[in-house]
Structure formats: C-alpha cells, structure tokens
Design a binder for this molecule. Sequence first.
Ligand code: PMV
Length: 301
Amino acid sequence: MAFGRGKVILLGEHGVVFGHPALATGIERGVTASAERAEADRLEIEPWGVALGPDAEDDEPLARAFAAVLSLYPGPRSPLRVRARVELPGGAGLGCSAALGVAVMGALDEALGVTRDADALGRESLAWERVFHGNPSGVDNAVSAAGGVVLFRRGEPLTAVSARRPLPLVVADSGEPSSTKTMVSGVARRREREPERVDGVFEAIAALVHNGRLAVEAGALGDLGQLMDVNHALLSTLLLSTTRLEDLVGVARDAGALGAKLTGAGGGGCMVALAADPDGAARVREALERAGAHAFVAEAR
Ligand code: PMV
C-alpha cells in the first residue's frame, strides 16, 4: 500500500513559487493507493466515485494526470488498476492533488517493482501535479513523499528540520473552494504590476521562514506562533485572505492559539493554528467547530 501525506505550510507559501524558502510539515491524513494487474489501465478514486482510464487528450484533468504518470514507465508492462482512497479535502490548501499523485505513483512503483527514494518520488510525481497547477513550486509533492518538518526551496533537495517539541496543529476548512492555479497566477500578475512591493513581501516572508526554522529547532512554540501571525498579515496584503479566513484565524487566536494563518494558496481553503499543547489544540478545534468550520487536530508526520 502506498501513501501520499497531506501537508501544511507553516510559513512561506507563494514566495516559494519564486524561489524563496518555505517551512512545511507532512500530516497523518493523506491518500492511500494500491495497484493490481487488470485488463486495462484504470484509476479509481474513493470517496469521489471516480473511475477512468489514462487519456492525455481528455478534458478530465485526472485522466491526463494519470496518463502523464503512466508515461514515466516506458517499456512493456501489464495493465494496472490503481485504487486510491482520499482522506483530505480537495482544493483546500492541504496538498490533496500532490498527495494523490504521490500515492498513485507509489502504488505503480510497488506493483512494477520500481524502487526510488522519497526525493525522487516527490520530484517525479510533479508530472501529475503540473496538470492541475501551471507552475507548482514542488513543495507539496516533496513534503507528501518525504514527510516530517522540512525546509523547502525550489529545485533543491529538502532539508529535514528536527522539531525539539511536537507541533500541536489545528487545521480548519473555511469551506470556500479555492484554485491554487488561479491564486498563484493572480500573485504572478500582481508581481508584474508591482515588482518591488511584492518581492519585498516575499523577502519579509523568507526572513520569517528562517526564524521559524530556528523556533522549531528550539521548541520555541510561542515564537513560531508569532511568526505565523505575521506571515498571515503579509499574505493578506497580497489579497490572499478572505472574510471567512479572517474570522477563523480570529476565533483560533481568541481560543488561545499561539498563532494562526491561512495555509496553502489562500482565497479560501484551510487555515492552520498552532497551540501550546494537545489540550490547547483540542480547545482551539472546538472553538473552530463552534464557528461552523470543519476542524481537526493534525499530527506533524
Ligand atoms: O494550495 P496548495 O495546497 O496546493 O498549496 C499551494 C502552495 C503555493 O505556494 C501557493 C503554490 C506552490 O506551488 O508552492
């Protein structure tokens, strides 16, 4: 059985598309997949009720993504039926499509006896991700394959970050669907119009990422929380937050979170809060649920 983790970006989304670093962690929720011999190549995804074959010309992006990954296995082979189970909300900033790509490729590797390390799986499964996102930085796939708390910079191998203390995270879904592709291209357009301002924001975020890494290594959760708050404010200046995300971030802080921010592409999707300990995380989760959001405590994995 292959597994692609979901991920939470603790600090650094969007800047990471333009070569700045990001601090992210895998979470225990993700996508599992397995593959077995069949009469024809087929991909089934539960609970979405998806069943399709690979077709590079299809209007359905999943068919194109499946075709893109299968094309990475040249030479004669038996047809395979891949069955995937998704435990993450899609289009919500938790790296669902990357986790699916990593799990599908991992399942194909297992069935075909191909071995590749986590770095290679993260890199090569980008063939899948590119179908959904025009210009993915690669952070989602890399974290999905490798897991743990990591520092990521585009085009470079991951740096594992050793967390002195566990990170009690709470994730809440705003319920507003968001497209990473649209949000990333919106930021790129803004950067073309106002290069100095937008690059200044990214440089400030990069400084947060470096300090965030030190905070994780030192177990200084209060510092990490403050950095998350500042990161959220900077992302808001790029118009990536929404009224609903602002509400949820406020609810989490009022419930005692050390910090809270949108996570992933923004424009909807999820927010993440950091609590001081598991009891604090439970209180933050309850407050977010009372505010009408679907929320869960996430274990960094
Ligand atoms: O919304 P998600 O889970 O795909 O996260 C996107 C993170 C971005 O930095 C906005 C895009 C990227 O490719 O890194």
